[in-house]
Design a protein around this ligand. Structure first.
Ligand SMILES: *Cc1c(COP(=O)(O)O)cnc(C)c1O
Length: 455
């Protein structure tokens, strides 16, 4: 009998031609996005200072398919279709009857799934005549991806990088600068909001919420400048569905179909990218896998947050969206999966959870690093700290299968490699990783300060 393959590769000609929009298949529509001033549903014109019309259309469309422009597909061919692996050696190490598959997104030039949205966002902006993009970055993954995308399509990119990460991750900044982007430590003196924060506290370490406020303010001020966000929004999740669309074909190549789909959730984009095509298949009458979102215990928006209208940023410049949130003033304790340190969850992921179509669990970073090290020793790839959460979720499912004697099929998203995060692994091996709890009092206070929305 031939050995079952380890790797499932799609030919370039199988690169998807359209993204999948789950809004077409949902039994109930997404709650409206509200204007922060009037509390009325926002219009396309309200968003026009920040995004080109083509992206605003993708944000609101309920069409099932949105075509991927050919110039975007051409760039994707640098690393897509991305490989699907069968984790034979991990299965053996766990002694599980389960079959474990993972879709590997670390093969992109930036080392994560984020260019899947950065490339089309830059292209649609360039098509609309935009000259410059602003954005924020925490761990540096999104900034790197947008820097790459801006360079590809001839746009200037200004990145507000959270101050602690700017100081602690000089290599990330070097990559962004290699791609031609300009990095600014946030809070900065370049925006009104940044200056206000610095006046109160000159040594402020920054946060994702503050960096978003600065990037939005700068984009809103200039006609030739727009803003790009790396997760959370509907169009970002739409772009990421290329992950799941490829994986569906690859699972068929493997003559398998997932019983469980697992992903880590920061803002929700890689998770939705893998899971939504499978959920949609189920909503249209196909078999629907159990879907599991894994989040950090120190920033647990899906498992501990409130499903309510909230702002996306700290200065309250963004529209209000209904989502699982810890409150826009909540500051999670420091931990190494910087890409998961956001107070809110994508409105679409939140809505799908409310509809009962997905489950969520939270794990500490210590547990997740242990899982990541076990994975690296079996499969050879060192996962990003964020991706360790998905690895942990998949391993727990495989161990459940072992206890229950069930040969289920598990599919998870390995969202990126950890080559820029080795200091975190070093800390783990030195026994210096702390599992800091968030402050319950601060969470309660942040939740009590949620904006009042009636109706
Ligand atoms: C940014 C990032 C995440 C978290 O973002 P999502 O939008 O939730 O996918 C996860 N993994 C990696 C490798 C990242 O860079």
């Amino acid at each position: 009998m031939p050995a079952t393959p380890t790797k499932y590769l799609l030919d370039e000609s199988r690169l998807p031609r359209a993204w999948y929009n789950i809004q077409a298949d949902l039994p109930q529509p997404l709650p409206p996005v509200l204007h922060p001033g009037t509390m009325q549903p926002i219009t396309a014109d309200d968003l026009a200072p920040l995004f080109p019309m083509s992206i605003i259309e993708q944000e609101v469309t309920t069409a099932r398919e949105v075509e991927i422009p050919e110039p975007v597909r051409e760039v994707f061919r640098l690393w897509r279709p991305a490989p699907l692996f069968r984790a034979h050696r991990l299965e053996k190490a766990l002694g599980t009857p389960a079959r474990i598959f993972y879709k590997y997104e670390g093969v992109s030039p930036a080392g994560s799934h984020k260019p899947n949205s950065a490339i089309p966002q830059a292209w649609f902006n360039a098509q609309a005549g935009v000259k410059r993009l602003t954005t924020e970055t925490g761990a540096g993954q999104w900034g790197t991806s947008l820097a790459l995308a801006g360079q590809t399509f001839g746009l200037d990119v200004t990145i507000f990088q959270v101050r602690v990460s700017y100081d602690q991750k000089p290599y990330r900044r070097a990559v962004m600068e290699t791609y031609g982007a300009r990095c600014v430590a946030s809070p900065s003196a370049e925006t009104e909001y940044g200056r206000r924060v610095l006046a109160e506290r000159p040594d402020h370490p920054g946060s994702l919420g503050i960096a978003i406020s600065e990037a939005v303010e700068m984009a809103a001020r200039r006609d030739d400048t727009k803003y790009a966000l790396g997760s959370v929004l509907n169009h970002v999740l739409l772009h990421q569905t290329i992950i799941g669309l490829e994986a569906m074909e690859q699972m068929q190549m493997a003559d398998a179909w997932p019983d469980v789909v697992v992903g880590c959730t920061g803002g929700g984009s890689n998770f939705a990218g893998l899971a939504f095509p499978f959920i949609g298949h189920g909503l249209r009458g196909g078999s629907r896998p159990r879907v599991l979102a894994v989040e950090p215990a120190a920033c647990p928006s899906l498992t501990r947050g409130k499903y309510a209208y909230d702002f996306g940023d700290t200065a309250h410049l963004t529209p209000l969206t209904k989502m699982h949130t810890l409150g826009s003033t909540f500051t999670p304790p420091g931990f190494h999966a910087g890409g998961l340190r956001y107070h809110g969850m994508a409105p679409l992921v939140s809505h799908v959870k409310e509809l009962g179509l997905l489950d969520a669990v939270a794990y500490t970073q210590g547990e997740c690093f242990a899982a990541g090290v076990q994975f690296a020793r079996a499969e050879g790839i060192v996962p990003a700290p964020e991706a360790n959460h998905a690895v942990k979720g998949a391993i727990e499912e495989a161990l459940r299968c072992k206890r229950e004697g069930r040969a289920e099929t598990i599919l998870f998203c390995l969202s990126g490699h950890g080559h820029f995060d080795m200091a975190a692994y070093q800390a783990y091996f030195a026994g210096q990783l702390k599992d800091e709890k968030y402050d319950e009092g601060e969470l309660a206070q942040a939740l009590s300060g949620l904006p009042a929305v009636t109706g």
